[in-house]
Design a protein around this ligand. Structure first.
Ligand code: NAD
Ligand code: LMR
Length: 339
């Protein structure tokens, strides 16, 4: 529970600094897939977030129980559970942030792309509902393969005439969380002080941690940087294999998802200098979507930040990831336009 408590404390500190308690705006957050492995702990963490006034928990089944349970926690937000498509409109209406961890997770031996056939349709349906019922919400896409589900969502929103590139985010925060943890271990520095940007996408070699920009600096030898890079790229697989058929990362993902949603809420509320890595529409490279540091503001993305100086190793990694990321983006776009 330590990470969630530190998240709560840091949120409370910022909240106290920025507003009187009366001035904290009402914010509705909807979690789609709230009864799942990520959805449940994520719902708990969002219930601990004082920036949330209304917490809407949606899934195809199981949400009445999750909502009843979470609603007994004595924090600010009012919690409501919604189950089944009939209740999706109510779950979404008025939402400021919609977090989507709906869809199937990997089993050992699978790639994230192997989830495409099932998750693409789920994401398409949920995004169409967002376009209808809360088109101004910031969408935090967790469902895999993120490299394709974000382009799918963009196309669905475009078709509905509701696309605003500033409001659609692929959640890559878990890559950053992992890079920070692994770096702190090797550099022997306080993990709480570590920063590492992670760019590219969210699958295998498309995950590109920029350890040359990591702080505090540690001058780690190249073989260690190479190993750290590989471990960050394979972090999801490490968990999938350890869970041996019982799914993928849920608890660390809930933590990462809660951090990212909190950053979105702070941005919406006008807190300055909120910067997180995310997979967004981008012109940082020739690819139409790319993860990099993003400044968050009152309308979502305020600024997509550039990559900064890369080491030769990172430059190579950047060129190697482009074909795979391009193909995953195109696959998503094609699916959305054909189905
Ligand atoms: P899970 O199977 O435990 O939970 C998924 C939930 O989604 C279930 O409760 C299911 O009922 C629900 N669901 C299915 N179809 C739905 C629909 N149409 N509407 C609403 N809910 C629906 O899976 P999980 O472990 O929570 O993982 C969820 C997704 O998150 C997977 O695709 C996984 O690969 C992905 N993931 C992404 C990251 C990331 O870093 N972006 C990290 C971990 C997992
Ligand atoms: C992760 O990075 O943990 C997720 O994308 C889940 C997975 O399938 O690896």
């Amino acid at each position: 529970m330590r990470p969630s408590m530190s998240l709560v404390r840091s949120v409370q500190r910022v909240t106290r600094r920025s507003y009187s308690s009366e001035a904290v705006p009402e914010r509705k957050v909807a979690v789609l897939g709230a009864a799942g492995g990520i959805g449940q702990p994520l719902s708990l963490l969002m219930k601990l977030n004082p920036l949330v006034s209304h917490l809407s928990l949606y899934d195809i089944a199981g949400t009445p129980g999750v909502a009843a349970d979470v609603s007994h926690i004595n924090t600010r937000s009012e919690v409501k559970g919604y189950a089944g498509e009939d209740q999706l409109a109510q779950a979404l209406e008025g939402a400021d942030v919609v977090i989507i961890p709906a869809g199937v997770p990997r089993k050992p031996g699978m790639t994230r792309d192997d989830l495409f056939n099932i998750n693409a349709g789920i994401v398409k349906g949920l995004t169409a509902a967002i376009a209808k019922y809360c088109p101004n919400a910031l969408i935090n896409m967790i469902s895999n393969p993120v490299n394709s589900t974000v382009p799918i969502a963009a196309e669905v929103l475009k078709k509905a005439g509701k696309y605003d590139e500033k409001r659609l985010f692929g959640v890559t925060t878990l890559d950053v969380v992992r890079a920070k943890t692994f770096y702190a271990g090797k550099a022997n520095v306080n993990v709480a002080e570590v920063n590492v940007p992670v760019v590219g996408g969210h699958a295998g070699i498309t995950i590109l941690p920029l350890f040359s920009q990591a702080t505090p600096t540690a001058n780690l030898p190249h073989d260690v940087i190479k190993a750290l890079t590989k471990r960050t790229q394979d972090g999801g697989t490490e968990v999938v294999e350890a869970k041996a058929g019982k799914g993928s990362a849920t608890l660390s993902m809930a933590y990462a998802g809660a951090l990212f949603a909190d950053a979105c809420l702070k941005g919406l509320n006008g807190v300055p200098d909120v910067v997180e890595c995310s997979f967004v529409q981008s012109s940082v490279t020739e690819l139409p979507f790319f993860a990099s540091k993003v400044r968050l503001g009152r309308n979502g993305v305020e600024e997509v930040l550039g990559l900064g100086n890369l080491s030769d190793f990172e430059k190579e990694g950047l060129e190697s990831l482009k074909p795979e990321l391009k193909a995953s983006i195109e696959k998503g776009i094609q699916f959305a336009n054909q189905n």
